[in-house]
Design a protein around this ligand. Structure first.
Ligand code: C2O
Ligand code: CU
Length: 470
């Protein structure tokens, strides 16, 4: 089993004293809907300050979009066009990637591959149509382990033309930070030991940029809860105690509404889930949300705190029906081109870890034997445009990897040789150690597309490749 040495900073000690801020934190959470209503947006990436933990802890020096952590929520309607001017006031170059959106290659935000990095003091305008509804996000793709780790990310919500009815539509951007006792970000990005293990997992989890204590709820209400894992490395497995969430979309793409397997909503970095959550607790009740992903670190993420108001309705609502599918073409599984993609590298556990270190191996990560040293790579695979293809992704490492393909969504058709129940469309598939997932898609978006692990330390140290659609 995995065994991770946790940083010795105690998250709980950071949390002491923040209870009084709970209400403030949560009126901030989930109501960002009207931040920027237009289809034209400006994102200014710059150093700033943010109250991540709350009093008595000082604000944290962060890098943020428009002086907010997470960045402003971008919310548009399916089929609309977005025009986003990005201004870089950081001291290093940056780009912005629109994670999960099927954009034209030149708008994909990959430095050196699809654009020159936006130098400090420069601007770049991204403009594209938004073909699919769902829950997406944006983040830098240049030095992303550090840039995301210091606070650069935000939600990008594409509303359905005919959304189903809920009482509240709320977004949780889940963040993960490594903070010192004075709430400053520990400046240890790129630590070699961690990079070759689970990546830089922090000690402070935030919802919408604040350490939460409670989320207010009213008995009887129905929530649509959009979860976005914007953490650089942390994987979540959330349990909603006393509640029965239904997953209605994964990575923005509708699925048959279903209870999460084993009652846990598992989200690797960059993954999203839309839940329908019926608040079935009694007025005045409290009910925790617990994260159980890492066996040696279970913790309570937050409590739902029910108001004393009477239930908003007496009879339960009908279960939600499946949402209308997005516009991806269906891969033709009778006529596919197949490729095997093998993930290798990293530390092994125990003895072999020590031997690896003594043997002086680089201990980086590779895909099909190639450890990427930058984004501007020769393609690993070239697919002709319009071709249906299957990639069998084999994780031959001792670690989980959330593998992301740009420019396309794909169906996960098998895991370890067994057909998946939902054949879900994803853009990021979490593959446990020594497991295999087969994904299928139509290569219909021309260009050079990144294919990489979204544990950003793994990406930065080799686990990245290019798939060309020509
Ligand atoms: Cu979310 Cu290549 O990124
Ligand atoms: Cu990885």
């Amino acid at each position: 089993m995995l065994s991770i040495r946790w940083p010795d900073i105690d998250r709980r000690s950071l949390l002491i004293g923040s209870a009084s801020l709970a209400a403030a934190a949560l009126s901030h959470a989930g109501h960002g809907r009207a931040v920027i209503p237009a289809k034209e947006f400006t994102l200014t990436a710059a150093p700033g300050r943010a109250s991540l933990v709350g009093a008595p802890y000082p604000d944290t020096d962060v890098w943020s979009y428009n002086a907010s952590v997470p960045g402003p929520e971008i919310r548009v309607r399916q089929g609309e066009r977005l025009r986003i001017q990005v201004e870089n006031q950081l001291t290093q170059a940056t780009t912005v990637h629109w994670h999960g959106l099927r954009v034209p290659n030149a708008m994909d935000g990959v430095p050196f591959l699809t654009q020159s990095p936006i130098a400090s003091g420069e601007k770049f305008v991204y403009e594209f149509d938004v073909p699919d509804a769902g829950t997406y996000w944006y983040h830098p793709h240049h030095h992303s382990a550090e840039q995301v780790g210091r606070g650069l990310s935000g939600a990008l919500i594409v509303e359905e033309i005919d959304p189903f009815v809920v009482d509240r539509d709320i977004v949780w951007v889940l963040g993960d930070w490594r903070l010192a006792r004075n709430a400053s970000i520990v400046n240890d990005f790129g630590n070699r030991m961690e990079v070759t293990m689970a990546g830089r997992i922090g000690n402070t989890v935030t919802i919408n940029g604040r350490v939460p204590e409670t989320i207010s709820a009213r008995s009887g209400e129905r929530l649509r809860l959009r979860l976005i894992n914007a953490a650089p490395a942390r994987i979540f497995a959330l349990e909603f105690k006393n509640h029965q969430p239904l997953i209605v979309a994964l990575d923005g793409q509708p699925v048959d509404p279903h209870e999460p397997p084993k009652g846990r909503v598992v989200l690797g970095p960059a993954m999203r889930a839309d839940l329908v959550l019926d608040m079935i607790g009694q007025p005045g009740a409290a009910s925790p949300v617990v994260d159980r992903f890492y066996s040696d670190l279970n913790y309570k993420l937050v409590d739902f705190a029910y108001s004393d108001e009477p239930p908003i309705r007496t009879a339960p609502l009908d279960p939600p029906s499946r949402m209308r599918a997005n516009t991806m073409p269906e891969p033709d599984l009778d006529k596919v081109e197949r490729h095997v993609v093998t993930l290798e590298g990293g530390m092994m556990s125990g003895r072999s870890m020590m031997m690896g270190m003594m043997g002086g191996h680089g201990m980086g990560w590779s895909i099909n034997g190639v450890a990427a040293s930058g984004h501007d790579m020769a393609p690993m695979i070239t697919l002709s445009r319009g071709r249906s293809c299957v990639l069998a992704i084999r994780n031959e490492t001792a670690w989980h990897h959330p593998i992301h393909l740009h420019g396309h969504s794909f169906r996960v058709i098998t895991r370890n040789g067994q057909p998946t129940r939902d054949r879900e469309w994803l853009d990021t598939v979490l593959i446990p150690p020594r497991e295999t997932a087969e994904i299928a898609f139509v290569a219909d978006n021309p260009g050079d597309w990144m294919f990489h692990c979204h544990i950003l330390d793994h990406q930065d140290s080799g686990m990245m490749a290019v798939i060309r659609v020509a």
